[in-house]
Design a binder for this molecule. Structure first.
Ligand SMILES: C[S@@+](CC[C@H](N)C(=O)[O-])C[C@H]1O[C@@H](n2cnc3c(N)ncnc32)[C@H](O)[C@@H]1O
Length: 251
């Protein structure tokens, strides 16, 4: 994956100016590692998952530090009401929204607008193409499909990614102007495969039918074996893109 390249692109766009107050609007260990290390005056991070909020507080909020983690959903109009940030980061927030707050994706940039005093950075994953055109890409498509199927059969909603063009349309419609729109090629290695298969396997305990549970378990194992012997994956499968969009509220 190219995540560090994405943060580098944000740094480059931001330049040498002050970072001021920074909001990580869809936080996790990876983005908060970056945000909490910025030379910012203060930072705040939001997650919809209370358990994740507790873990991130433990890891990142030292006593007397300049950062805080909030647990809540952007669907709640009171969340961070009246708070304005110089930089707002929406790092893979959109793709996770179908899981946490379905049908609110079309509202998120309007909802964040009062918090955006300077720049909003949106980081996202372009949805995979429908027709993978190499054995490595085909295998990745099957792994991602099995992961999403495990979530669905377990009664959870999987993530749903949105294309860069969709995000740009939403931003323009929500009163932003776009300053930067950049794509970055993705490379998937066995670590990605392991994580996806583990995430899928963790859902199996919630699958109500034992026959289906066993079938899914052996399907996931089979995919793991195929991945271990796939030469393309050993090198890294190049497939699809991530994007970074920088936007400001139109004056
Ligand atoms: C894929 S994770 C983000 C990854 C994170 N930036 C990182 O680098 O680890 C998505 C985050 O967005 C949060 N999220 C999704 N929908 C949300 C909503 N409606 N309100 C607040 N947070 C939300 C999730 O709880 C999670 O913390």
């Amino acid at each position: 994956m190219t995540t560090d390249e994405l943060f580098r692109a944000i740094h480059e766009h931001h330049g040498d100016g002050e970072w001021g107050a920074v909001l990580d609007a869809g936080t996790g260990a990876h983005s908060l590692t970056w945000v909490s290390a910025l030379p910012a005056r203060s930072w705040k991070a939001v997650t919809a998952d209370p358990a994740q909020a507790a873990a991130l507080r433990k890891a990142f909020c030292a006593a007397g530090g300049h950062g805080a983690v909030e647990s809540g959903s952007w669907e709640d109009p009171e969340l961070l009401s009246g708070e304005v940030f110089d930089v707002v980061l929406a790092d893979y927030l959109l793709g996770a929204m179908d899981h946490c707050s379905p049908y609110f994706q079309d509202q998120i940039f309007t909802r964040l607008r009062p918090c955006v005093g300077g720049v909003l950075y949106v980081v996202g994953l372009e949805p995979f193409g429908r027709f993978p055109d190499s054995p490595g890409r085909e295998l990745l498509a099957q792994i991602v499909a099995a992961r999403d199927a495990a979530f669905t059969i377990a009664g959870e909603r999987p993530y749903r990614e949105y294309p860069k063009e969709w995000v740009e349309r939403q931003l323009l419609g929500a009163g932003y102007e776009i300053e930067l729109s950049q794509t970055f090629k993705n490379v998937y290695r066995d670590e990605f495969v392991r994580t996806q298969l583990n995430v899928a396997a963790a859902q199996l305990q919630y699958v109500p039918s034992s026959a289906l549970r066993m079938a899914l378990h052996s399907h996931l194992e089979g995919l793991g074996e195929r991945a271990a012997s796939n030469p393309e994956l050993q090198d890294g499968v190049r497939w699809g893109t991530d994007y970074v969009i920088a936007a400001r509220v139109r004056p």
